[in-house]
Design a protein around this ligand. Structure first.
Ligand code: PRX
Length: 646
C-alpha cells in the first residue's frame, strides 16, 4: 500500500533551499562522508575556539561515547542573540501571544539581549555557576525563554519541567539533577484557568533540601506563599543587576540542558544534551525542513517544557535569526478558531503543531477555519505522534488550502532534532508518512530478534550512525543510557519505535514498541502510571496500557486489582483518576479504569501485557496462547468486563 502522493510543486522546488537533486546529492555526501559534511555545516554557528575534530562517536555497547566538535568552544546564547545584534537588533525575535487574545508582546533581538544578560546576572548574583543545574517551572511566557538563554549564557544547565506536572513530579526532577535554584511564576494561565505554579513549587520544595533560591515571575499577581531569604521576585532582581554580561566560553561537549522523559521502566530519565552539536543540528534542521527565510514568521505551538519547544521554538529559530511565536494558551480558547485567528493576527508563514490538536480542531468543524484568511501560510508541520491520513488531508485541504506542503517530522527528546521528515522543496508527500531521513541520518529496520530488513518491510526502527544533535547520556546514569538505547541491537541506536518502509523507501512510523505510550503527543511511561496507582492505599496491583483514542491518538487504559474487601465503585474510579492526576499531572489521567479481580500472569508471575493491550484495543480474536498463564480463567473475566467495548 503506497497511498496518495502529493508531488513537490514547481513553485516550491524552484524557491526552496533544497530541491530533489540537492537533497539526493547532499544526503549521499552526508552519509558517505559525515566528517566532511558536518565539518562544513558547523560553520553556520559562531565558534569561540574552532574545532579540529568533527566526529568521535562509538555505538559499541561496551564503550558508548558520543562527541562532536569536541575541542571547539562556543556560547549558545551568543549564537542565538549577540551575533544578530548588528544586522537585526531591531527585528522581532519573539512574538508572545498571551492566553487572552488581546494580550501580546513583541521582543526584539536587542531587547532579548538586555533581558537575558540581566537574567544571567541575577543567576550569578544568587550563586549559580557554570555546570550548576537550574530547574525552570514556568508557563509559556517570555521569561521562560530568557531563563533558558540566561543559563546557556553562563554555562548553567537548565532542566525545564512542564508546568502541567504535579509537585511530586517536579520534586523528583529537582532532586535527580540536584538543582539549587528553581525559577517559577506566581501562577500560569491557560484557557482562562489559573495554574498554581508557585504553590506547586512550594509543595515540591518540601522534598528538595538542595534548593536555596526560588526566583518568581509575577504573571497574574495572585497571592502566593513566601519564604523570605529563599524566594525573590524576578522583576526586582532584574532591576538590581547590570545589563552587561559577557557570554562564557563553553566547550562544545559541555551540557546545555537536561530534559526528563518517560521510558519503559522506572522514573523519567534525564536526557542530557550538550552545546555545539545540538545547536548545529537544531539550526540546520530548522532552516531546511521549515525552509526558513529571512522575514518569515514562524510558529511552533509546543510548550517549552517539551523538547519541541527547546529545539524549534527557541534554539533552532533563534540561532537562525528568526521571528518565533510563543503561545501561552490552548487551541480551543476562547474558541476553536484561536490558532487560525493568531495566524492572521501575526501573519504567520509556517505553522507547526501536533496531530492531536489537528484532530480536535477538525472535530470543531470547517466553518471556524474558513472564516479566517490564512493567506500568510506557506508551510505546515506536524510532530509528536503518527498523523492519521484523515487528519493530514484535512490539515492540507482545509487549513492549508492545498497551497502548503506538510512536513511530518519524526524525532524524539533523545534525538535533539528532527531525523525523518520531508523537505518541502524536495520530497513528495504521502499522508501519514514522515517520508525520508534528514542529512546524516541512517535509519534501518530490524526484526525483533535483530535481523536486518532490507527494502520494503516492517520492523523496529534503529539508527546506525550518530548525528550531532543526539543525546550524550542519561544524566548521572550512563549505564541506563547504554542499556536503554544501545543494548537491544548492538551497534545501533534503538528508537523504541516500530516502523514500515515502503517500496519508495518512505518511512511510516507505527508507534512505540515498548511500554511507552503517546497520549495527545505527550510521552508517558506505563510504569509511572502503575507506580502512582499502587501508591494508593486501596490498590493492590495495577497494569497500564495504551488503546486507540480518536482525539488523543492513544488513551490510558488501566487494570486495577483492589485490596481485599474494597468495593469497586464509580466513586472509587473517580478517586483513582484524580489520584493519578495529582501524583503525576493531568496528562497522566487514566481514560478508562477496569477493576480486575486478577491480572493475566505467567507462572513466574510476569504480567502478560500483550493480552492486556489486546483487550484494551477491543481485539481479542488474537490473544495468542493463554495456556501458559498461571490462571487462564482471568482472561475471560477481563474480556467480559472490558471498558472499551466497540
Ligand atoms: O513514537 C514517536 C513519537 O513520539 C516519540 C517521541 O516522543 P518525545 O520524546 O516526547 O518527542 C516528541 C516530539 C519530538 C517517538 O518515539 N513521534 C514523534 N514524532 C512523530 C512520532 N510518531 C510518528 N510520527 C511523528 N512525526
Amino acid at each position: 500500500m503506497t497511498g496518495k502522493i502529493y508531488p513537490v510543486s514547481e513553485a516550491w522546488s524552484s524557491s526552496a533551499y533544497i530541491d530533489e537533486n540537492k537533497y539526493r546529492a547532499l544526503y549521499e555526501q552526508s552519509v558517505s562522508d559525515p566528517e566532511g559534511f558536518w565539518g562544513e555545516q558547523a560553520a553556520r554557528i559562531d565558534w569561540i575556539k574552532p574545532f579540529t575534530k568533527v566526529k568521535n562517536t562509538s555505538y559499541d555497547p561496551h564503550n558508548v561515547s558520543i562527541k562532536w566538535y569536541e575541542d571547539g568552544s562556543l556560547n549558545v546564547a551568543a549564537n542565538c542573540i549577540d551575533r544578530h545584534l548588528e544586522t537585526r537588533g531591531d527585528q522581532v525575535a519573539i512574538i508572545w501571544e498571551g492566553d487572552e487574545p488581546n494580550l501580546d508582546l513583541k521582543v526584539t533581538y536587542r531587547e532579548l539581549h538586555d533581558r537575558v544578560c540581566r537574567f544571567a546576572n541575577v543567576l550569578k548574583k544568587h550563586g549559580v555557576k557554570k555546570g550548576d543545574r537550574v530547574t525552570i517551572y514556568l508557563p509559556m511566557i517570555p521569561e521562560a525563554a530568557y531563563a533558558m538563554l540566561a543559563c546557556a549564557r553562563i554555562g548553567a544547565i537548565h532542566s525545564v519541567v512542564f508546568g502541567g506536572f504535579s509537585p511530586d513530579s517536579l520534586a523528583s526532577r529537582i532532586v535527580d539533577c540536584d538543582s539549587s535554584v528553581v525559577i517559577t511564576a506566581d501562577e500560569g494561565v491557560r484557557g482562562g484557568r489559573k495554574v498554581p505554579l508557585k504553590a506547586n513549587a512550594d509543595k515540591a520544595l518540601e522534598k528538595c533540601p538542595s534548593v536555596e533560591r526560588v526566583l518568581v515571575v509575577k504573571r497574574t499577581n495572585g497571592t502566593v506563599g513566601w519564604t523570605p531569604g529563599r524566594d525573590y521576585w524576578l522583576a526586582e532582581e532584574m532591576e538590581s543587576v547590570s545589563a552587561d554580561c559577557p557570554p562564557e566560553e563553553i566547550n562544545a561537549e559541555d551540557p546545555l540542558f537536561i530534559l526528563y522523559t518517560s521510558g519503559s521502566t522506572g522514573q523519567p530519565k534525564g536526557v542530557l544534551h550538550t552545546s555545539g552539536g545540538y545547536l548545529v543540528y537544531a539550526s540546520l534542521t530548522h532552516q531546511y525542513i521549515f525552509d526558513y527565510k529571512d522575514g518569515d514568521i514562524y510558529w511552533c505551538t509546543a510548550d517549552v517544557g517539551w523538547v519541541t519547544g527547546h529545539s524549534y521554538i527557541l534554539y533552532g529559530p533563534l540561532a537562525n535569526g528568526a521571528t518565533t511565536v510563543m503561545f501561552e494558551g490552548v487551541p480551543n480558547y476562547p474558541t476553536a478558531a484561536r490558532f487560525w485567528d493568531v495566524i492572521d493576527k501575526h501573519q504567520v508563514n509556517t505553522f507547526y503543531t501536533a496531530p492531536t490538536a489537528i484532530r480536535a480542531l477538525m472535530g470543531a468543524g470547517d466553518e471556524l477555519v474558513k472564516k479566517t484568511s490564512r493567506k500568510s501560510l506557506k508551510l505546515l508541520g506536524s510532530v509528536g505522534e503518527p498523523i492519521n491520513p484523515e487528519a493530514w488531508e484535512w490539515y492540507y485541504h482545509v487549513v492549508g488550502e492545498e497551497r502548503c506542503p506538510i512536513v511530518d517530522t519524526w524525532w524524539q527528546t533523545e534525538t535533539g532534532g528532527i531525523l525523518i521528515s520531508a523537505l518541502p522543496g524536495a520530497i513528495a508527500l504521502k499522508p501519514g508518512s514522515a517520508t525520508l531521513p534528514f542529512f546524516g541520518v541512517k535509519p534501518a529496520l530490524v526484526t525483533p530478534d535483530g535481523q536486518p530488513i532490507e527494502g520494503a518491510g516492517e520492523g523496529n526502527l534503529v539508527i546506525t550512525d550518530s548525528w550531532p544533535g543526539q543525546m550524550r547520556s542519561v544524566y548521572k546514569d550512563h549505564t541506563r543510557f547504554v542499556q536503554t538505547y544501545f543494548s537491544a541491537y548492538p551497534g545501533t541506536y534503538f528508537t523504541g519505535d516500530g516502523c514500515r518502509r515502503d517500496e519508495d523507501g518512505y518511512y511510516w512510523i507505527t508507534g512505540r514498541v515498548d511500554d511507552v505510550i503517546n497520549v495527545a503527543g505527550h510521552r508517558m511511561g506505563t510504569a509511572e502510571v502503575e507506580s502512582a496507582l499502587v501508591a494508593h492505599s486501596k490498590v493492590a496491583e495495577a497494569a497500564c496500557v495504551g488503546y486507540p483514542h480518536s482525539l488523543k491518538g492513544q488513551g490510558i487504559y488501566v487494570y486495577v486489582t483492589l485490596m481485599e474487601g474494597i468495593e469497586p465503585t464509580e466513586a472509587l474510579r473517580t478517586e483513582l483518576r484524580n489520584w493519578v492526576r495529582q501524583e503525576i499531572g493531568p496528562i497522566a489521567t487514566p481514560d478508562l479504569i477496569q477493576f480486575a479481580p486478577g491480572l493475566p500472569k505467567t507462572r513466574s508471575g510476569k504480567i502478560m501485557r500483550r493480552i492486556l493491550r489486546k483487550i484494551a484495543e477491543d481485539d481479542f480474536s488474537n490473544l495468542g496462547d493463554t495456556s501458559t498463564l498461571a490462571e487462564p480463567g482471568v482472561v475471560s473475566d477481563l474480556i467480559e468486563n472490558r471498558m472499551n467495548k466497540a
